[in-house]
Design a protein around this ligand. Structure first.
Ligand code: URA
Length: 281
């Protein structure tokens, strides 16, 4: 007879396993992945854990899983990884060199679980840079930021004020990047550690692209650039980020879930357009 399935090393009877699976499907889980990337090379070398006989905890199990399944990196080596990221970013004299250095950097565990490196899209000479959060599933497949549903809405929003990442003229162009270049599994929020080691690359990216204005698209870029969250309070208020004028805006993924918030997003787009015009006179 086949062995019973296990969950975090605990043996489950078929009924509990099915209930767990149904509960996860209801919560929107659509991919069999973990919170943290699984290093299968390391796993093969480890001795098998002893099977516990205790009954599994009842759902909701995903709420309790974070500390157990996400020891991505100990913070003791965070300083060394940050120093390495800073040296690599500082040594990159062009965007191509920066992309190569960031892609080669191994100080971020997400790299092991991602399919593709998502550096940027659009025109690096654009006056407006959009700084998003992190690649999602579609971005991970294509290796380009903002190409899923949220990205399509983003394109429509900016087209409404005459800006596009495919524009030939830099005056109408957009440059789109994310705080993270590797997809966090299950689209979870990037951890503080992942943001920390990505920031030297983001700062250098802004320096090299030298946009006139930056849009901080959602909470994660606000956290990364301003050290503040609370996008619903921050949105629409011009701030300074990376030494440049920056406008926090609600993320298009939020607008897809809350269409009523599009009104305020439209006001923010008009503010962006007026500021761009003001800067060009
Ligand atoms: N959301 C983001 O912030 N960036 C992407 O690239 C896709 C979705």
């Amino acid at each position: 007879m086949d062995a019973n399935p296990t969950y975090h090393g605990i043996e489950l009877d078929a009924e509990t396993a099915l209930a767990l699976l149904e509960w996860q499907a209801e919560m929107g889980v659509d991919e069999p992945i973990l919170d943290a990337p699984l290093d299968r090379f390391d796993l093969a070398a480890r001795p098998k854990p002893a099977t516990a006989t205790a009954k599994p905890p009842l759902p909701p199990p995903l709420q309790a899983r974070a500390p157990e399944s996400s020891p991505p990196q100990s913070t003791d080596d965070a300083g060394a990884r940050l120093a390495e990221a800073e040296a690599l970013a500082a040594g990159a004299g062009t965007l191509a060199a920066l992309a190569a250095a960031q892609e080669a950097f191994d100080g971020i565990e997400l790299k092991k679980g991602a399919r593709n490196f998502c550096f940027a899209d659009g025109d690096p000479g654009a006056r407006v840079m959009i700084l998003g959060e992190a690649p999602g599933d579609e971005e991970d497949r294509q290796g380009r930021p903002f190409v899923g549903r949220a990205g399509q809405l983003l394109d429509r929003m900016f087209a409404a004020i005459g800006l596009s990442r495919t524009a030939v003229d830099a005056a109408q162009a957009l440059y789109v990047v994310n705080v993270l270049t590797w997809r966090p599994p299950g689209n979870r929020d990037p951890s503080p550690d992942e943001i920390l080691v990505s920031m030297p690359f983001v700062r250098r990216h802004v320096e090299l692209a030298a946009p006139d204005l930056i849009v901080l698209m959602g909470n994660i870029p606000c956290q990364a650039a301003l050290g503040r969250r609370g996008i619903l309070r921050l949105r629409g208020q011009w701030v300074e980020a990376f030494g440049r004028p920056a406008l926090p805006m609600t993320h298009p993924a939020y607008l897809l879930r809350n269409p009523a918030a599009k009104r305020e997003a439209w006001a923010d787009l008009l503010s962006l357009s007026a500021t761009l015009e003001g800067l060009s006179v």
